[in-house]
Design a protein around this ligand. Structure first.
Ligand code: FAD
Ligand code: SIN
Length: 531
């Protein structure tokens, strides 16, 4: 298969790009591939909303920029922050144009929400299912756009570079170039190659590296792992954001999120003694940035010997709660928690990857003709900690920027026709899937126990040793077994785990989401860690 534009991922980032490129070139086909169903994305599960300067009487670009920089704890790229904040509102208007609906107040103006780290009300939302509404609107627009083809159940294994033409490619090779991808097409069960002039990675996050996560099963860091294997640049993977308030439901995965907007509307965190503890940790209390709230919860859980704290909404108006958070209200009720009578048990869960594939201001990666945007990319917006609801915004803004740059250069690129077919010689069907499922569990335990909210040098060393063993075993399996999505995802998650630990080992300081009790001070000499 050959195409000018190949998009991997059907979340907000990939679909924004696909729609714009398709409208720009109505005669060219845009191919979007996705590993399960088109709407099964992190995007679909977004709750709180999209941040953007909307009420210009009270809010301003300067304030949104400042909030983002404060959350990022000294590591944001100022240019990226300015780009996203200033271009964001126009991108939001475009998805409204595609039909996405955001809640309005009685006077017909957008009802703006507030979340941790935001100094103003600036979050557009659709009840507590904003992502579902955005994904719906984008997919509907795609269905009206004749020259976009979505292929579901098509798993990308690796990106194709000079390495597949037989050349030695190392980190110092100049002009590593992407010619397309190898995919396991689950519709035919064949490994196929898709050759493309431009390839966009919009493969989302990697929360599945941890035992407890808000991310759906698809979030296995495939894009990051593929680029690392292809010798591209990855940065700041140590900054994994833990959402402070996932519903505590032992044995249920992924964890159901209790959006930060609940605290924005007045929800209060309490420990097992009923004490509102956030005032001990930060003057912004329950609306401090996420790294601070998650660490405070972790510390209260350890101090009181519990596996969760509580989110108290009993004082909030029942009608207002149900109106803003109908999904959360129903979910809690389904497990016997009436939020108007009972406090909600919550605990932190891995939620977002702030680092990723290093890109420039046009979404270009270090590999030629390969772009990345959305959660898999590291644009510099988030620095050491992402400000709530900045992620959907970033996906749209950089989806647009990748489009602008790639349509500019596509005419100068030829398809590389000498790419060999996938070589599956010497592999056979897996005999024991348990080898894969058990290794995945081990990986998630290692990451949660040793590379979580609070880290130490010893824990990181231990994690690396354990990962080494898992890596060896999995590579052996990969060489001898016919590839399956499960095996590829395990392999990718081990790579992502390695990158997180490696970044954390290099970062001998505590900053933003990376907190190491052996290095509590900030080190002004340490900037982005690029692997
Ligand atoms: P995704 O939406 O995750 O899409 C990834 C796509 O890549 C999927 O289509 C997948 O199939 C495809 N893919 C991945 N690997 C492969 C492969 N190997 N082969 C083929 N296809 C592949 N952010 C906010 O700004 N506001 C919020 O309110 C908010 N709430 C959130 C709530 C939850 C529960 C979660 C989990 C996240 C939330 N976030 C929020 C974060 C935000 O939703 C994500 O960062 C964002 O949606 C990521 O979009 P994306 O387009 O980069 O990737
Ligand atoms: C939430 O709704 O709390 C999640 C928002 C985000 O991750 O940006």
């Amino acid at each position: 298969m050959q195409t000018d534009f190949l998009v991997i991922g059907s979340g907000i980032a990939g679909l924004t790009y696909a729609l714009k490129t398709a409208k720009h070139f109505p005669d060219k086909k845009i191919l979007v591939i996705t590993k399960t169903q088109a709407d099964e994305t992190n995007t679909k599960y977004a709750q709180g909303g999209v941040a953007g300067v909307w009420d210009e009487a009270k809010d301003s670009f300067e304030k949104h920029i400042e909030d983002t920089l404060i959350a990022g704890d000294g590591l944001c790229n100022n240019q990226a922050v300015e780009i996203v904040v200033k271009e964001g509102p126009e991108r939001i208007r475009e998805i409204i144009g595609y039909g996405a609906e955001f809640d309005k107040n009685a006077s017909g103006e957008y009802a703006l929400g507030r979340e941790g780290g935001h100094s103003e009300y600036r979050i557009l939302h659709h009840k507590d299912v904003t992502g579902q509404e955005i994904e719906r609107a984008l997919l509907e627009e795609v269905s009206k756009t004749k020259n976009i083809e979505i292929v579901n159940h098509c798993f990308v294994i690796d990106i194709i570079t000079q390495h597949h033409l037989g050349y030695l490619v190392t980190k110092s090779t100049q002009d590593i170039t992407c010619y397309g991808v190898y995919v396991l097409n689950l519709n035919t069960n064949e490994i196929e190659k898709i050759l493309s002039k431009i390839t966009l990675l919009a493969t989302g996050g990697c929360g599945q590296a941890y035992r407890t996560t808000t991310n759906p099963r698809i979030a296995t860091g495939d894009g990051v792992a593929m680029v690392y294997r292809a010798k591209g640049r990855i940065e700041n993977m140590e900054f994994i954001q833990f959402h402070p308030t996932a519903l505590y439901e032992p044995g249920v995965s992924p964890s159901f999120l209790i959006t930060e907007a609940v605290r924005g509307d007045g929800g209060i965190l309490r420990n097992k003694y009923g004490e509102a503890f956030m005032e001990k940790y930060d003057e912004r209390k329950d609306l401090a940035p996420r790294d601070i709230v998650a660490r405070a919860i972790d510390s209260e859980m350890k101090r009181t010997g519990t596996e969760h704290v509580y989110l108290d909404c009993r004082h909030m108006s029942k009608e207002a709660f149900i109106n803003h958070f109908p999904n959360i209200y129903e979910k809690c009720l389904s497990i016997g928690i009436d939020v108007t009578q009972n406090m909600i048990p919550v605990a932190p869960a891995a939620h977002y990857s702030c680092g990723g594939i290093k890109t420039d201001e046009w979404g270009r990666t270090s590999i030629k003709h390969l772009y990345a945007c959305g959660e898999c990319a590291s644009t510099g917006l988030h620095g050491a900690n992402r400000l709530a609801s900045n992620s959907l915004l970033e996906g749209m803004v950089y989806g647009h920027r990748c489009y602008l740059d790639s349509v500019r250069i596509v005419g100068t690129i030829d398809i590389e026709n000498n790419i060999p077919d996938w070589n599956a010689l010497g592999t056979s069907d897996p005999k024991e899937m348990i080898l894969i499922t058990q290794s995945l569990k081990e990986l998630q335990l290692i990451m949660s126990d040793y590379v979580g909210i609070v880290r130490t040098d010893v824990r990181l060393r231990r994690a690396m040793k354990r990962l080494d063993l898992l890596f060896e075993e999995t590579e052996e399996l990969y060489r001898s077994t016919r590839v399956s999505p499960q095996l590829c995802e395990l392999r990718n998650l081990i790579t992502v785990g390695y990158l997180i630990v490696k970044g954390a080992e290099f970062r001998k300081e505590s900053r933003g989401l990376h907190y190491n009790t052996d290095h509590l001070e900030k080190n002004p000499l340490l900037q982005n860690i690029i692997l």
